[in-house]
Design a protein around this ligand. Structure first.
Ligand code: 5GP
Length: 177
């Protein structure tokens, strides 16, 4: 895949505007309550950073690393917890920040992991993108910014074989779909 083949699906301006709307909603919900924002590396890094900068409540950021894709453009169907070290989340407000919910396997894995290990005060799942058409579980994000079709997308944290995470917009290429 070449950068010149990429087509912009969601512009930088659209992304930032939607994140602003989501942050306003979350600020209203939590008010002054502390939140543990858990960024799912590597894909959610851009979204998490931009979102937490717009949150007004006390925020503690945590980073975990999961993988399910390798270098392919379809999920392996198996979620690997590369690094899932978390502090004690009992009694805490937990906000999971993910790049995209596709099959939902990663989201389900994470929600089950949190529920099995902690009694949180609350847990919400925020995703930048929601690919509803390809869902294989009954899990859906509590909050998401954009609904997208069954396209393999890159940019704004999302990669193809490690590339394109640095693009400030979400893009796709016809020939790898
Ligand atoms: P799921 O477990 O919901 O099938 O997929 C979750 C993970 O797969 C995401 O966190 C992301 O890393 C990867 N993924 C799913 N769809 C896409 C896509 O269209 N583009 C890229 N780059 N990664 C995706």
């Amino acid at each position: 895949m070449n950068t010149k083949d990429l087509k912009v699906l969601i512009s930088e301006e659209e992304i930032q505007a939607k994140i602003g709307e989501l942050a306003a909603k979350l600020n209203e919900i939590y008010k002054d309550e502390e939140v543990y924002a858990i960024c799912v590396l590597k894909g959610a890094v851009m979204f998490a950073v931009d979102l937490v900068k717009k949150l007004n409540m006390p925020v503690k950021m945590e980073f975990i690393r999961l993988s399910s894709y390798g270098s392919a453009t379809t999920t392996s169907g198996k979620v690997n917890a590369v690094d899932i070290a978390l502090p004690d989340l009992n009694g805490k407000n937990v906000m999971i920040i993910e790049d995209i919910v596709d099959t939902g396997l990663t989201a389900k894995f994470l929600i089950d992991f949190i529920n099995l290990n902690f009694h949180t005060k609350s847990t919400v799942f925020c995703s930048l993108l929601d690919k509803k058409m390809t869902r294989k579980t009954d899990v859906s994000p509590d909050y998401y910014c954009f609904d997208i079709d069954d396209k393999f997308v890159v940019g704004y944290g999302l990669d193809y074989d490690g590339h394109y995470r640095n693009l400030p917009y979400i893009a796709y290429a016809d020939h790898i779909i």
